[in-house]
Design a protein around this ligand. Structure first.
Ligand code: APR
Length: 267
């Protein structure tokens, strides 16, 4: 078991690091996965920041999407229907349509099934965690396959809705409906934030996978867990803001490290 100094894969080979992570997970009572866009890169979905990131390629988008939606929902939907959307949205959407869970998603679901990971908070909207079989899942930035009422929070599956028209008002309260995906400037829905905070308060170990830990409030949850005494483990090909507070910071990918971790813990 390493002491609390940062152990970095440059000094040890990956298996040694995996065994150390397995020790920390085994010694923990409640492990919460916190995944970011890097979790889905091996499913062909580009991240936002860093190498191959959409923001790296197209620049950071405007942050007022939600206020523009609230001001004029039908105008927002009309622009969407007429494909008046940013290039990065088109690139992201095309990657999302055919994406499937990769071995890292399946390994994380296996870690949950083995009781090694107790819940997963994902910042991803791609629904790949759910498809891989993860059950105790909190999609803190929403799910691209759902619509959500901004008045009562009711969610419905997109089904065969394609944005060719403005969706009907909410069936529950006649409120305004948008994609469940959280827009820039939109608060995280209360029910989701409450669940996420409850999981973080139970966690004595956070497995941060594929996140730059830069976007609040999601990333702030990791620091809250740390301040509660939780051990932080990071799986990321590059160092991040999290690295200095990690018990183990493993330079690897989700698709490489998670199957090795699941194998190590199923021994
Ligand atoms: N495996 C693991 N990590 C990876 C991989 C991989 N195969 N490939 C890249 N990464 C890492 C990158 O090094 C980076 O640190 O994944 C991280 C992705 O960071 P971001 O693109 O910033 O994604 P994320 O942390 O999820 O961003 C949070 O920002 O733009 C918003 O709403 C968006 O949910 C997103 C939020």
């Amino acid at each position: 078991m390493t002491n609390s100094k940062i152990t970095d894969v440059f000094t040890d080979d990956i298996q040694t690091q995996i065994e150390t992570i397995a020790e920390v997970v085994t010694a923990s009572k409640y492990v919460v996965g916190m995944t970011g866009a890097g979790m889905s890169v091996e499913s062909g979905i580009p991240p936002f920041r860093g190498a191959g990131g959409l923001w790296t390629k197209y620049g950071t988008p405007r942050m007022d999407d939600y206020s523009r939606f609230k001001k004029d929902p039908s105008g927002w939907w009309k622009r969407r229907i007429n494909e008046e959307i940013d290039e990065h949205i088109i690139e992201l959407r095309d990657a999302l349509v055919n994406a499937k869970p990769h071995q890292g998603h399946h390994a994380l679901a296996h870690l949950e099934a083995m009781g090694c990971v107790h819940s997963v908070i994902t910042q991803n909207i791609d629904a790949l965690d759910e498809k891989a079989g993860i059950t105790n899942l909190i999609e803190i930035h929403g799910n691209r396959t759902k619509l959500r009422c901004i008045d009562c929070g009711n969610r419905v599956a997109l089904g065969n809705f394609v944005p060719l028209y403005t969706p009907e008002p909410c069936v529950e309260c006649k409120g305004i409906v948008k994609f469940d995906t959280v827009m820039f400037g939109e608060p995280i829905p209360d029910d989701v934030m409450k669940n996420a905070r409850s999981e973080i308060n139970k966690a004595d170990c956070i497995l941060a996978i594929g996140t730059s830990a830069t976007v609040r409030p999601a990333s702030g949850l990791i620091w809250i867990a740390k301040s509660n005494g939780a051990k932080i483990i990071e799986i990321n090909p590059v160092k991040t803001k999290l690295t200095p507070i990690c018990e183990v910071s493993l330079r690897s990918t989700a698709g490489e490290a998670l199957p090795l971790l699941a194998k190590s813990l199923s021994k």
